[in-house]
Ligand binder design. Sequence first.
Ligand code: SF4
Length: 80
Amino acid sequence: MKGEVCPNHKGCQVINIEGFVESAGMRDFYISNFCEASQDKWSECKRFQTKRALAFCPDFVLPDSNLTLDEIIDKIETEF
Ligand code: SF4
C-alpha cells in the first residue's frame, strides 16, 4: 500500500542522520524505494529485518545489504 512508511522511520539512522549514507543520492534512493515506499518494499529492507530479529540494527547494515542475518550476527560478534 502506498503512503505507508516503515515503522522504524522515526528512529532510523538512514532518515535521521545526515551523512549516515555516504551519498545523498543513495540516501534519497533508499528513502523512496524502501522507507517511504510500501510495506512490501520496507519489509524487504535489511535494516528493518535486522531490527525485527535482533531488536537493533548495526550501522554497517544498509537497506540493500546482501549480508544474511547470520552473516550480520557473525560480523557483530567478530568485529565489535
Ligand atoms: S526502510 Fe529500512 S532504512 Fe528505511 S526507515 Fe525502515 S528500517 Fe530504516
